[in-house]
Design a protein around this ligand. Structure first.
Ligand code: PPS
Length: 300
């Protein structure tokens, strides 16, 4: 696990975060922490858990479309952040994720970026189902870098080189990618967890949607599955205002320079990592991931 001391909290990418049980979390969210910890789960809650930028919105749209039995009209009833509320979300002058979730009828879909050790206990007590999506560390780094530029609640990422360095050390909101993916992987058989990979979803979305359906114990005709594959493709979601976050005001998310739905591919890191950055990253990665049998594809 990464170790933090007080000095590192001066690092620019950790601005506006505080350490909660050793994990940097947005200071706003931390203010609401008791409500998050005490969150009352329901047995039929379905949680989409991810490290940021791993495909949360994609998986959320898929699961909501499954729950709407492929009725696209129904999927357009509201924005993705209202259909699948963000558990630990808190920014000024908006209802918190917990508040939105408490007001929702069952079955609720819940988004979270929490590392497994910070999940509210109630999810385990109630045996709620969790779909964890993991994405390779390099593409996440690039996606997270661009996201820092457009989301106002996160600090400016600074130059790419220093962002990458801080990311490798876990000095970003939600901490170390390595610890996050490993933590969820190690506990995947202790709870009701389906662990999937973004790259597999890109390679064969229908196969991965079938895995979700099996896990959720839902039967679905081939026609509807095909419809879900199409509706949740990158191009469709990019143009769907109920999924692309375009409904958020600019002072929360400013998509003028970069879209939230940016590229949606596996392997974009090659356009951003220098040869030297890649070597340093690979060396560090080997060290951090040597203690676990968990393998990612950085291209497909
Ligand atoms: S967040 O803010 O953490 O909830 O972001 P998250 O949704 O996890 O990740 C955003 C990245 O996922 C890409 N995306 C998709 N890829 C493929 N297919 C579909 N349908 C899709 N929807 C979203 C999105 O483009 C972000 O990745 P990058 O690499 O930045 O394009």
């Amino acid at each position: 696990m990464s170790h933090f001391n007080k000095d590192i909290m001066d690092i620019p990418t950790l601005k506006a975060t505080v350490l909660l049980h050793g994990i940097p979390i947005s200071a706003e969210s931390a203010e609401n922490w008791e409500r998050v910890t005490d969150f009352q789960a329901r047995p039929d809650d379905v949680i989409i858990a991810t490290y940021p930028k791993a495909g949360t919105t994609w998986a959320s749209e898929i699961v909501d479309t499954i729950y709407c039995e492929g009725n696209l009209e129904k999927c357009r009833r509201d924005t993705i952040y209202n259909r699948v509320p963000f558990l630990e979300f808190k920014i000024p002058d908006m209802p918190t994720g917990v508040e939105i979730l408490e007001g929702k009828p069952s079955p609720r879909l819940v988004k979270t970026h929490l590392p497994i050790q910070l999940m509210p206990e109630s999810f385990w007590d109630k045996k709620s189902k969790v779909i964890y999506i993991a994405r390779n560390a390099k593409d996440v780094a690039v996606s997270y870098y661009f996201f820092h530029k457009i989301v106002k609640a996160l600090p400016d990422p600074g130059p790419w080189d220093s962002f990458l360095d801080n990311y490798m050390k876990g000095y970003v909101c939600y901490g170390s990618w390595h610890d996050h993916v490993k933590g969820w992987w190690e506990k995947r058989y202790d709870h009701n967890i389906l662990y999937l990979f973004y790259e597999d979803m890109k390679e064969n979305p229908k196969r991965e949607i079938r895995k979700m359906l099996h896990f959720l114990e839902i039967d679905m005709s081939e026609d509807i599955v095909e419809k879900i594959v199409h509706h949740t493709s990158f191009e469709e979601m990019k143009n769907n205002d109920m999924a692309n976050y375009k409904t958020l005001p600019k002072d929360i998310l400013d998509q003028t320079t970069t879209n939230f739905m940016r590229k949606g591919i596996a392997g974009d890191w090659k356009n951003h990592f220098t040869v030297a950055q890649n070597e340093t990253f690979d060396e560090d990665y080997k060290r951090q991931m040597s203690d676990i049998d968990l393998h990612f594809r950085t291209e497909i």
